[in-house]
Design a protein around this ligand. Sequence first.
Ligand code: 6R9
Length: 649
Amino acid sequence: MAESTLSNLLRETRRFDPPADLAASANLTADAYAEAEADPEAFWAKQAERLTWETPFEQVLDWSNAPFAKWFVGGKINAAYNCLDRHVEAGNGDRVAYYFEGEPGDTRTITYAQLKDEVCQAANALIELGVKTGDRVAIYMPMIPETVVAMLACARLGAPHTVVFGGFSSTALRDRILGCEAEIVITADGGYRKGKPSALKPAVDEALTECPDVRNVIVAKRTGQDVDWTEGRDLWWDDFVGKQSTEHTPESFDAEHPLYVMYTSGTTGKPKGILHTTGGYLVGTAYSHWAVFDIKPETDVYWTAADIGWVTGHSYIVYAPLINGTTSIMYEGTPDTPHPGRWWEIIEKYKVTILYCAPTAIRMFMKFGAEIPAKNDLSTLRLIGSVGEPINPEAYIWYRENIGGGKTPVVDTWWQTETGMIMISPLPGVTSGKPGSAMQPLPGISADVVDDAGNSVPNGSGGYLVLNKPWPAMLRTVWGDDERYVDTYWSRFKGTYFAGDGAKRDEDGDIWVLGRVDDVMNVSGHRLSTTEIESALVSHPKVAEAAVVGASDVTTGQAVVAFVILRASAEGGDDDVVNELRKHVSSEIGAIARPRNILVVSELPKTRSGKIMRRLLRDVAEHREVGDVTTLADDSVMGAIQQGMNSSS
Ligand code: 6R9
């Protein structure tokens, strides 16, 4: 993040106290901090009572083989039973689990009892395909109820799912299927985006040409578009799942049984499969959801406006809301289809009380103008949240004023795919919020800001964000690569989890997360690795070398800017090549990784040891004066690159 933004942030002095009525009836009060501090294990044992355990656990935490944690040792549990059956058994089967709103305007209301029946059918379908406990299932779906059904069917059988975001390309899908050796793929013909059907099945067909171990593909019909069909392999959801029995007795699994693998970008080219297990993940997500969103399941209508293909969707559209018996909204499409007020229409229609979304969406709505949300009645909202990237104070204030009616608390929640659950956030009934600050770790969570040597920095200083106590929803390892788990997260500072983010602690001790300190960038709240995009670029036959940086962008937070050196043999004008390369990156990774700018250069700035100095390229991409060039092997390179950038934009 640019220094100027940093100092702007830290000049922010506005404070917003919790509304008195919310504070008076809040789920979590200030004493929870001291309670958790006094006896963390007792605190987490108490939170574990949110779940129904078939066999109670004997020990809260086994940290004897750190950093490999075991939570709720000896406990046995079924995730799907906890999400569904027990609510039905308790007489809440008629409560709505999801109000589904399709992009074209079709709707479905799904109760807990109906969802349970559908999950049982899907579980029986997977059994018929030979899926056993421990087998992996890949899910590549649009935002439709079947996606939740598929995930919970896997969880019910103890078959870890790996959900691949529907915007990812066939190559990304292939890599993830191969990475966790999935044998079954669940997909759809397509989904609706931006007013049009957007196909998914062709990417599955393409990916599977290189995934010989995938036996079957279950295809949900959403758009009705034509699909190629592989007889014997492909099965229509409606026929195959629809014919199954709605009876299925869940088996309980060890608290540490794998629940899912979610791939996320890291500092090296290959995405990492983050492993979450069952008991701790469910306890951590359910607790944080209850605490941060002050969930009152009987009366709230809760909406996480994210995609299920990201961790935010896993934790706060699927698992935590269901564990807590919440009624949620699920919206399929883009926020501005068919008009820029779609979200506000949904909030009015369903009387949504809690909205959780990303700053990039808020900044987009700011651009559309405050008159758009003003057309709808948003007065049911009592709490609004933000996730995915730092929220700049302007966006925070706009959100609070124009969406929250100037009265709702804004919870700015910091967490990661790896943490599984919200870690740092204001508590809506307790904290006086500061626009731009995630404030304090939740009760039970311990975070710090440290310097290069790992020492805690004094208030008023910046450093690296670390987590210094294990927490229940923590990742357990990188799938199939324990060494990478230890290296990436636990080696930078011994015995402490290194989050990869820079942060500052202000004079009051509150935390301001400033963004990544590694080669991970954050585009519209989505993590992308510079190396991954560079590899995609150099995999194109016309590219000799590439360097990618994340440059600040008013809408998307950061944008991908690439500098490429073409091979001498490359034909065609620069403009054609640039278009070709942007398309190539889309098809290699996904549209989200498509560079905003690609600059063809004849040389890249390198140190004498051959390291590309991305810092200088970032200066150019952000139209700043270029920093210190003294370590460059050839300092004339930067002048040429700068000229190129100026003439291209
Ligand atoms: C949940 C999620 C994690 C990275 C994280 C950080 C950034 C997330 C933030 C935030 C500042 C917040 N991030 N929330 N930065 N303030 N409230 O987004 O997971 O996709 O793994 O990304 O996102 O940089 O390290 P994930």
